[in-house]
Design a protein around this ligand. Structure first.
Ligand code: ADP
Ligand code: MG
Length: 363
């Protein structure tokens, strides 16, 4: 996937910026506050309909303005043109238009412009709470698998309904038959989610190992999935997972009604990262954590490329800060084999073996 042109209007500090990046590695450099991250953010909006640094659309609206607009023209590896427009106003919310057609559900757009990110804030994937790792997995799998995204949306909806019902049952306001129906549905979506997450982790591990050894000293990465099901889940089929969930919810039914809350499920599961069998979050240095995350993102690149038959866009914010020059060289060598890559930095970079860098004056 490649961006031919992107335009940002009243988006953060950009009043009206048009940018036509080159193939290969694009280095966006300039002083802090010049708007480099905002350009990556705008690209991310076109790909995944939201930001990766800012959490809320209205934070991207330039101060004092009533709307922002992002327009991108993309071309796939198979040379298919894709025109994407995102408009947001506080009055009308966010609208997404793809090739002239306004989309009512944004989810149908996810995956058509595959992209991976890196930002220092994403270090929380490695050293933050379980919710960060679940979100990382979910966002990654959603891009490759539209069915997963649907299962996630269904799961969330049924979980809300089921929790509301459990509360009503606690107060004895409702009949219990409805609970069985929701439990059946919840178990199905929970199984879909856990099954897909396990396959994802299995498929990403070899890439993680390979990239980690090229950006770091030799260390053995590991990932464990801790399910809320009270047993190992690795070898189970989707159907077996579904049955285990049903059994578990049946067993905990009384307790769930007493608490007015669903007892567990993929929304509570934990993913634990290891280096040489030690939990990264607890034992690894800042530098090791950073290398691990970078290697994980590189592995994600390979995963999405193979699943979608399309090279994802790479949006790397401050990728090189805190890395020594030998690692920077190693990273450049890897990125030279990728598709279109965007990297922000405060300084123009000299002396790299990679020649395909196009410097872009961000201001
Ligand atoms: N909603 C907004 N409206 C106007 N300016 C903003 C908004 N949000 C952030 N900014 C400003 O945009 C500038 C560029 O931010 P950013 O893209 O993060 O810069 P860089 O990555 O180059 O350091 C910052 O100075 C910031 O204060
Ligand atoms: Mg920045």
């Amino acid at each position: 996937m490649k961006i031919e042109q992107i335009q940002l209007v009243q988006f953060r500090n950009h009043k009206n910026l048009s940018y036509g990046p080159s193939d290969g590695i694009n280095l966006l450099y300039g002083p802090n506050g010049s708007g480099k991250t905002s350009v990556l953010e705008g690209i991310h909006y076109c790909a995944l309909t939201k930001g990766f640094v800012t959490a809320y659309d209205n934070e991207c609206l330039a101060f004092g303005e009533s709307f922002f607009l992002i327009k991108g023209s993309f071309i796939s590896d198979a040379l298919k043109q894709n025109g994407v427009k995102v408009v947001y106003s506080s009055e009308n919310g966010k609208k997404l238009t793809v090739n002239g057609q306004e989309l009512n559900t944004f989810s149908q757009h996810i995956g058509s412009i595959p992209c991976i990110t890196f930002s220092p804030a994403e270090m929380s994937i490695v050293n933050g709470s379980p919710v960060e790792r679940r979100r990382f997995l979910d966002n990654a799998i959603c891009q490759a698998d539209g069915r997963y995204l649907q299962s996630m949306l269904h799961y969330r909806r049924v979980l809300l309904q089921r929790n509301a019902l459990l509360l009503q049952l606690k107060e004895r306001f409702h009949s219990i038959e409805m609970l069985d129906i929701l439990t059946e549905q919840l178990s199905e979506y929970a199984a879909d989610i856990v099954f897909a997450r396990l396959r994802f982790l299995e498929e990403i591990l070899p890439g993680l190992q390979a990239f980690l050894s090229s950006v770091s000293v030799k260390e053995e990465p590991g990932i464990t999935y801790r399910s809320s099901l009270a047993q190992s889940v690795y070898a189970l089929t989707r159907e077996e997972l579904q049955n285990r969930f049903k059994e578990q919810y049946a067993k905990k039914k009384k307790d769930e009604i007493a608490r007015g809350l669903t007892s567990g499920g993929p929304h509570r599961d934990e993913i634990v990262f290891f280096l040489n069998q030690h939990e990264i979050k607890k034992y690894a240095s800042q530098g090791q954590q950073r290398s691990f995350l970078i290697a994980m993102k590189m592995a994600l690149y390979g995963y999405l490329r193979d699943k979608l038959n399309e090279k994802p866009l790479c949006l790397f914010d401050d990728l090189f800060s805190e890395l020594d020059s030998s690692r920077v060289e190693a990273l450049f060598a890897i990125l030279a084999t990728f598709g279109q890559v965007f990297i922000t930095a405060t300084e123009k970079m000299h002396g790299s073996a990679v020649t395909s860098i196009n410097f872009f004056e961000a201001i």
